[in-house]
Ligand binder design. Structure first.
Ligand SMILES: Cc1cc2nc3c(=O)[nH]c(=O)nc-3n(C[C@H](O)[C@H](O)[C@H](O)COP(=O)(O)OP(=O)(O)OC[C@H]3O[C@@H](n4cnc5c(N)ncnc54)[C@H](O)[C@@H]3O)c2cc1C
Length: 265
């Protein structure tokens, strides 16, 4: 069974859509067909109106308790996300999903360390939400350039210990979030990261010796056209050969990616 085999196309009514922090929208949708079967780290391809030919990939940010609704959290960066940000309650969104291979939590892992750079918090929230139900201990390292770009407390997953860092020191400790990583590594059974590729390079390069003792899963972002493994637009080079982010990922082991060959968006 491929990772895409549970995917379906649905017309999902918008429940709410608002700016959760500057330039970042939180969009709740009625989408039981996807919410029921989705797992953390998976994504949807959202149709962004007639004027945008290609769907845009968006991580599933969280679901509600009944698994009838799901939320997307996205930064407005271009035409597609701008269109999404203007959708009103009651309008329907054409969604394809759930897609991809998400995070894999070992049943024996009790202490989970999540590392979010900027809007990397989007898929990690769903992971925390799901993992917390298994009575695990979860710590979140949350970083951003500046305090106003940190995900606000009320939107963070519940039952998670959160430690923050900002590049300019306006909230939490001053510096990049990976500076905090070594302190929590011994505690962690597994590490899950989502953020810009620069963050992954730092983790992979600077801390290689220390981190090799832990399994670190990262969610990759690449340009993606179809989401179905058909166009090969999201291909990356790994130690196991060429892989497609849309169906072999987006979650990979950090040591499998050939970072020298990885093309930044
Ligand atoms: C698996 C996956 C999950 C994602 N989940 C989220 C999410 O939860 N929240 C979120 O805000 N974004 C997420 N993205 C990124 C998101 O898909 C892009 O930001 C979006 O497609 C941009 O569309 P646009 O039409 O607004 O911008 P465009 O007009 O296409 O491009 C505008 C700018 O956005 C940049 N951009 C384009 N595509 C991407 C991309 N795939 N990743 C990063 N930057 C891009 C371009 O370099 C350009 O600078 C995800 C990407 C992938 C591959």
């Amino acid at each position: 069974m491929t990772n895409q085999s549970k995917a379906t196309v649905i017309q999902a009514p918008v429940i709410s859509n608002h700016e959760a922090m500057p330039g970042v929208h939180l969009l709740w949708l009625e989408a039981p067909e996807i919410a029921r079967v989705a797992s953390p780290g998976q994504f949807v391809m959202a149709c962004c109106g007639r004027e945008n030919l290609l769907r845009r990939p968006m991580s599933i940010h969280r679901t509600d308790e009944d698994k009838t609704k799901l939320a997307l959290m996205f930064t407005v960066v271009g035409k597609g996300t701008s269109w999404l940000s203007q959708r009103q309650p009651g309008e329907k969104l054409d969604l394809l999903g759930p897609l991809g291979k998400g995070f894999s939590v070992d049943p024996a892992s009790f202490n989970l360390l999540l590392v979010a750079g900027g809007l990397g918090i989007a898929p990690l929230t769903f992971l925390a939400q799901t993992a917390a139900a298994g009575n695990r201990s979860i710590a979140l390292l949350l970083g951003a350039k500046t305090g106003s770009q940190l995900c606000p407390g009320h939107l963070l997953p519940q039952g998670v210990r959160c430690f923050t860092a900002t590049d300019d020191g306006t909230a939490g400790s001053k510096g990049i979030i990976t500076d905090l990583l070594p302190k929590y590594l011994d505690w962690a059974s597994q590490v899950f990261a989502c953020g810009p590729s620069a963050m992954y390079r730092t983790i992979a390069n600077q801390n290689r010796k220390l981190l090799r003792r832990k399994e670190i899963q990262v969610s990759l972002e690449t340009r993606m056209a179809c989401g179905l493994g058909l166009c090969y637009g999201c291909t990356v080079k790994t130690r196991q050969g060429l892989k497609q982010v849309c169906q072999d990922g987006p979650v990979f082991n950090i040591d499998d990616i050939l970072w020298d060959e990885f093309v930044d968006i």
